[in-house]
Write a protein of this length. Structure first.
Length: 260
């Protein structure tokens, strides 16, 4: 008697099983090779192995009523990726590339946040720091589920998108991000969001250390830091950690893939 097989797990890291057999061959997804231009090399990559990480495009960092604006930072630069992301993300979704929102969303009790991390947001102990209510609207700074930690309204999150809360500048530290990517069979990561020299860069570095191929999407990334921080980020990505491209180059690669 041939018993039916049932899937177990997330493709491509999935088995098929029945009462007698476990098929652990893990069939791979159909390759989708494309050619992508970057500032240093032309890449031949497989879209079936690509995900895009959109990092910290949140009210606290990008909205004029958020925490960063509250402490006197001009958040205009942090809003620059919105237009490019709105052009790029629908096309990536259509090509089957997962969109992963990696957002700073702390526990309400902050039990996993060190004093050193809290000091970054409240160096005197007297200001509005992690977990404190914003004076304008009472939203708790970077607390999961609050307005402060939510993605800005101008960027649409779809049900099929993946959401990962992070608790440090790196999206990999103490989060399930690495396990999610490995289950999905993703080895090439596009990076977008803010701030380029802080949360984006540290997440990208950790991805590189973990063996992922890293591509920074320049016009989908920004920083409120000084210009030299932005330039150093671009230099270090190209020199040490991966590649730099832009959304138009990705869109061109997707369009050419559709033509074949």
């Amino acid at each position: 008697m041939n018993l039916p097989f049932r899937p177990l797990g997330v493709a491509p890291n999935a088995w098929t099983v029945n009462h007698a057999i476990a098929d652990i061959t893990r069939p791979q997804k159909t390759p989708q090779p494309v050619i992508l231009s970057t500032e240093t090399k032309t890449l031949r990559l497989d879209l079936a192995k690509v995900a895009i990480l959109v990092i910290d495009m949140q009210n606290d960092f990008c909205h004029p009523d958020g925490w960063l604006a509250h402490i006197g930072v001009d958040v205009t630069p942090a809003r620059q990726p919105i237009e490019s992301l709105n052009s790029l993300l629908p096309e990536l979704r259509a090509a089957g590339v997962p969109v992963i929102w990696v957002n700073w969303g702390n526990r309400p009790d902050l039990l996993n946040i060190s004093a050193a991390s809290r000091h970054v947001y409240n160096p005197t102990g007297e200001g509005v720091g992690l977990g404190d209510p914003l004076p304008k609207n009472g939203a708790r700074v970077l607390i999961a589920g609050s307005w402060a930690a939510a993605v800005v309204d101008e960027l649409q999150q779809l049900p099929e998108d993946i959401r990962v809360d992070k608790y440090r500048m790196s999206g990999f530290w103490d989060t399930p991000l690495d396990s999610i990517l490995r289950n999905l069979g993703k080895t090439t990561l596009f990076f977008a969001g803010v701030n380029a020299d802080q949360c984006v860069m540290t997440t990208l570095c950790d991805a590189n250390f973990l063996g992922y191929d890293c591509v920074l999407v320049k016009d989908c990334t920004a920083t409120t830091s000084p210009e030299y921080c932005w330039l150093a980020t671009l230099y270090n990505v190209k020199q040490c950690f991966g590649f730099v491209t832009d959304s138009q180059a990705i869109l061109t690669a997707l369009q050419k893939n559709e033509e074949y």
